[in-house]
Design a protein around this ligand. Structure first.
Ligand SMILES: *[C@@H]1O[C@H](CO)[C@@H](O)[C@H](O)[C@H]1NC(C)=O
Ligand SMILES: *[C@@H]1O[C@H](CO)[C@@H](O)[C@H](O)[C@H]1NC(C)=O
Ligand SMILES: *[C@@H]1O[C@H](CO)[C@@H](O)[C@H](O)[C@H]1NC(C)=O
Length: 307
């Protein structure tokens, strides 16, 4: 009996398999993990659809779909070996069949409802595994970048995210297109826990990867009476981080003088952000930027602003 991560995508695990509960710490993970499959289909006209697909575990790209051949390209060395080649072949075939049906269905609906081309349809399906070993799956559909429909796993019904005649029409079609709902249910509702545990085990190193933040402090003078102290922090992983400005050793609370950017991605799956504090020049206080991050353990990085 072999456990197959294939169930992650398409196949339920063989019923004879015992549950994976190795004492060696298969479930040593804490926290919540989410797996997502993203599909973006651009309908240029009735006969030309371009589809992109991406699989993610948290923020780690597992693989994508080649948009010309609809074959899977693996981005992580630990994903493909989780399954025998024949399983991946089956998965690829099912994806191809699904995408053909999807394009057909959407084109039909677009013609019925006079939907103008080009337009973009997106699907996101996946599941979230909680520390208590329960899981919640989800499926969302987007149209031209807006929320369109979502799937309620508890009663297997499609819910409107926007109330238009088009969304009602697609809702009715999907409600009858039970193959899709059944697929989502089998893949995500029934097998999420087992599949996630396999992936969490195989991808342990990638999920536990830690990169130290590099912080730089500098200043700008936009006006003679204002000094902007900027703390730029980059190169860290995972994403959660705490960055603060200290005035005479005390954390500056949120307020109009403080401006924290969004956390932005770098190309190498690390992140960056900057936090800016507006002060008066020569105000007699001392300033330092403090960074706390998982890679620093219980310690923190302290970069003083020196003139
Ligand atoms: C498991 O945790 C999730 C998320 O915290 C919670 O919503 C759910 O009710 C919990 N389930 C059980 C059976 O404890
Ligand atoms: C999904 O799984 C939950 C928990 O096992 C179950 O209660 C629910 O009925 C399932 N939903 C569907 C649509 O199969
Ligand atoms: C914070 O920074 C943003 C982006 O640079 C800027 O648009 C905004 O005005 C700033 N807010 C304050 C309070 O300085």
């Amino acid at each position: 009996c072999q456990h197959h991560a294939a169930s992650l995508l398409l196949l339920p695990p063989p019923p004879s398999c015992p549950t994976l509960t190795s004492p060696g710490g298969l479930l040593s993970h804490v926290g919540t993990f989410t797996i997502r499959l993203l599909q973006t289909s651009t309908f240029q006209n009735t006969s030309f659809v371009e589809t992109e697909g991406l699989g993610l575990l948290e923020d780690i790209e597992l693989g994508s779909l080649d948009k010309h051949t609809w074959t899977i390209r693996f981005y992580q060395p630990w994903v493909r070996p989780s399954l025998p080649r024949s399983d991946w072949d089956t998965i690829e075939n099912m994806i191809k069949i699904y995408l053909q049906q999807f394009s057909h269905l959407i084109n039909e609906g677009a013609m019925q409802k006079d939907v103008p081309y080009p337009f973009v349809a997106q699907c996101m399906v996946g599941c979230e595994l909680y520390p208590n070993r329960t899981a919640q799956s989800f499926a969302y559909v987007g149209y031209n970048g807006q929320d369109f429909l979502s799937f309620n796993m508890d009663n297997a019904t499609w819910v409107l995210s926007q109330d238009t005649s088009l969304s009602r029409y697609v809702q009715a079609i999907l409600q009858n297109y039970t193959a899709f709902s059944e697929l989502v249910e089998v893949l995500f509702n029934d097998t999420c826990v087992d599949d996630m545990e396999l992936l969490l085990r195989n991808g342990k190193a990638a999920l536990e990867r830690q990169e130290l933040p590099v912080a730089t402090v500098f200043a700008r003078t936009p006006r003679p009476d204002q000094l902007l102290l900027i703390c730029h922090v980059t190169g860290f992983y995972p994403r959660p981080i705490s960055v603060a400005w200290l005035q005479d050793g005390q954390e500056v609370p949120p307020g109009p003088a403080l401006n924290t950017s969004a956390i932005l991605p770098n190309a190498d799956l690390t992140y960056q952000l900057r936090i800016t504090l507006a002060v008066a020049p020569h105000d007699g206080h001392s300033y330092a930027c403090r960074v706390r991050h998982r890679s620093l353990g219980t310690g923190s990085l302290l970069i003083p602003w020196g003139r």
